[in-house]
Write a protein that binds this ligand. Structure first.
Ligand code: GLU
Length: 470
């Protein structure tokens, strides 16, 4: 059975690249009726961040990437948090020492610093030659030590990545990494192998930054007599041709995009396409469809560029598909942030905004006119197409005020018959009316819709205020 895992470090922030890795691991498992596992890798962290694990659980669940096993859902291979597994690793490292694949190292910080200062680019195997007996004596005497992997000096290592094909790395380019630190904790380099093995992971899907260190991990598998997993490395998501997407470069997290008014389905759909495409090159895909269509040969060998305008476009398609109630529900938190909307018929506002909203945060700009009417630029009354300007508006407005004062029912028809009887074009009247009550050229609806939203009292009040300024 296919078993994949997502193994994030809990940094308090699940960036888009991480979420994409999780998505592909999830899709690959589901496509193959396998299991998707969540493992928290917190052994290398300098300091713990509150809620960091919860952010990961929450994000994956909200995004629909349901994991079959994980810290908060359990499973047969737990614990699923590395720091809760710390007693597991040492014995395997010692087994590697026994097998001659690792050694105890007593080098002090000072020695290592000097080595680097002298130009060494990697550890010089200084402690490799200490006889095991002597090393054990020193440990028993309480000397501080680490366990290092013993990488062959000569030759090269080759493995097959399922995206990149054969990868060969010269052994001289690999370092004798620390497997167990002086505090007894494993490093990522060791824990990922031990955990993947013990958790039965047979497909490792992760960022391309691990592509060239994977031979080191394979030496560990071999040293312990374990079967190696399949590897799938993913190219990064870039901000542009040269820069990786990073938090500094606006790599918002899933939750940031939700807060900005993107729909979860649209975010997941978009990030799926950042490095993968289905055979038919379809762009709008639900998670269910992706589960059906996902395949490794659709994974790209080159980096993808994050294009928010494309995600915005996809989002607009998902927004249009919402029911009226669904739209309203999603819009509510955004209305709540705009105090000037108090008192308006928000259901009606939702009806008006539904077809015009690409991302929910657009609501602020789309309704701004409700807040900023006073002192609007009267030049907006000018419209070449409709041949209107301030003087046309001034001539029309007394009658428009009367029409509004007699109520808003059938307003649209009444404005049209007024235009006919007064010898105006329909568009002329509607333009003046709409600008005079909104002070904005861009509004989420026409004259009558805006009047209905604003209400009779305010409509009359605003028509009068415009007239007064002319
Ligand atoms: N904890 C590692 C990371 O966040 C996981 C890498 C892997 O998937 O093996 O980069």
């Amino acid at each position: 059975m296919v078993r994949t895992r997502f193994a994030p470090s809990p940094t308090g922030y699940l960036h888009i690249g991480g979420l994409r890795t999780a998505l592909y691991a999830y899709l690959f498992a589901k496509k193959n009726d396998g299991k998707f596992i969540l493992r928290i890798e917190d052994t290398d962290l300098e300091r713990k961040i509150d809620d960091a694990n919860e952010i990961i659980y929450r994000t994956l669940k909200n995004a629909g990437l349901t994991y079959d096993e994980g810290p908060d859902v359990g499973g047969d291979y737990g614990p699923y948090i590395q720091s809760e597994r710390k007693d597991i690793y040492l014995k395997y490292a010692e087994q590697l020492v026994e097998n001659g694949r690792a050694y105890y190292c007593f080098c002090t910080k000072e020695r290592l610093e000097k080595l680097h200062a002298d130009g060494a680019t990697k550890y010089d195997k200084h402690c490799k030659n200490i006889p095991l007996k002597e090393a054990r004596k020193r440990i028993a005497a309480g000397e501080s030590y680490v366990i290092r992997q013993d990488i062959p000096v000569d030759g090269s290592s080759t493995y097959t990545d399922l995206v990149f094909g054969d990868i060969t790395v010269e052994n001289k380019d690999l370092e004798d990494n620390i497997l167990i630190k002086s505090d007894g904790m494993p490093t990522y380099n060791f824990a990922n192998v031990v955990d993947d093995h013990l958790m039965g992971i047979n497909y490792v899907i992760r960022g391309v930054e691990y592509l060239s260190s994977t031979p080191k991990y394979n030496y560990i598998y071999e040293g312990l007599g374990w079967e190696k997993p399949n590897y799938i490395h993913l190219q990064p998501i870039m901000k542009d041709a040269t820069r990786k997407l990073s938090k500094r470069h606006g790599d918002a997290s899933y939750e940031d995009f939700i807060a900005k008014g993107y729909l979860s389905d649209a975010i997941i759909n978009y990030i799926a396409l950042l490095g993968w495409s289905p055979k038919d090159n379809r762009e709008k895909l639900s998670l269910d469809e992706m589960r059906e269509l996902f395949s490794l040969d659709g994974i790209s060998k080159s980096a993808s560029i994050f294009d928010e305008s494309k995600m915005r476009w996809l989002n607009s398609l998902y927004v249009k598909e919402l029911s009226a109630d669904g739209f309203h529900l999603h819009a509510m938190p955004f209305y709540e942030k705009l105090p000037y909307l108090k008192g308006y018929d928000l259901k009606l506002l939702s009806e008006l905004l539904h077809g015009r909203t690409e991302v929910f945060s657009d609501i602020a700009a789309l309704t701004e006119f409700l807040d900023k009417f006073d002192g609007y630029d009267l030049a907006l009354l000018r419209n070449q197409k409709w041949k209107t300007d301030e003087s046309v508006a001034k001539a029309m407005l007394p009658e428009l005020i009367k029409i509004a004062e007699s109520g808003l029912d059938g307003l649209s028809d009444r404005l049209v018959s007024y235009s006919e009887s007064a010898g105006y074009k329909k568009g002329q009247v509607l333009w003046v009316f709409r600008i005079a009550i909104t002070g904005s050229a861009v509004t989420p609806g026409g004259a009558a819709e805006m009047a209905a939203l604003i209400g009779k009292e305010k409509t009359v009040e605003r028509l009068k205020a415009t007239l007064k300024r002319l």
